[in-house]
Design a protein around this ligand. Sequence first.
Ligand SMILES: Nc1ncnc2c1ncn2[C@@H]1O[C@H](COP(=O)(O)OP(=O)(O)OP(=O)(O)O)[C@@H](O)[C@H]1O
Length: 283
Amino acid sequence: MTNAALTTDELAVTYTGNRNVEAVNGVSLEFNENELTAIIGPSGCGKSTLLKSLNRLHEIQPNVEIDGDVRLDGQSIYDTDEPVPEIRRRIGYVPQEPTALPLTIYENVAYGLRITGDYDSKADLDDRVERYLRTVNLWDEVADRLDEPGAELSRGQIQRLCLARSLAVEPEVLLCDEVTSALDPISADRVEETLESLNEEYTIVMVTHSMDQARRLADRVAFLYLGDLVEVDETESFFENPSDERTKRFVAGHTAVASADDATPADDPTREGERSVVNPVER
Ligand SMILES: Nc1ncnc2c1ncn2[C@@H]1O[C@H](COP(=O)(O)OP(=O)(O)OP(=O)(O)O)[C@@H](O)[C@H]1O
């Protein structure tokens, strides 16, 4: 039986700037332990907002209101005395844009551990830096240049460096926000291989625009549309046998070869393609 590592209960997120935007509308979801869950949906449907609210990263922006709850191992991450940095250590976040800290390759990985002080000695730190660079399949490429600036690596290598930095502080859950979309195909493949190998040991929540990537990597897929959770299922049945019409149309819209009976109304926004833009949900 699979356990939920992270759950959302009627989670709602509203941007309250110049106008109210209900970006996420009462989403209840379970992210199972040691599984990779992909969140997919058309552009603007609330994927990134949902992801960031899973470790309170949305709080960095002003004018955001949250309702409902997120629980890690059954404990609320909102109704808690636990410091937010500790919540974000336990639920790591890897952004879309690969960004190295202005430090050496070694210190990029050691960064979080130096802040928490959660290591015994220099030898222990060395071990951990090596372990996590190996975990993300980067060690062989950088072992002889650990003292060089992280920023001098390729974009694909920097993205794996970011993954190593996130993993070094031993999170329970890893949030990945379109982590391959800013990369060339070969680098994207390397990052995908890394995610595939992490999948055995980590609970991963991944936002992706790529249906193919969701098919390749995910154990389960959740489809968001205009801030609503439309459907969530195991990957194979999600794609082969979706139950909701909106999911069917979205999945069909991304099929490489469309069949003649695949016709859908031309104004259906779920048919607009992987980089489609729907109007913001304004209420
Ligand atoms: N800081 C913000 N202030 C106001 N509205 C915002 C803000 N960030 C996002 N939104 C709105 O919230 C809605 C959801 O945006 P979000 O970025 O979560 O969608 P998304 O599915 O991740 O989109 P994409 O696939 O294009 O990255 C959109 O209507 C967007 O315009």
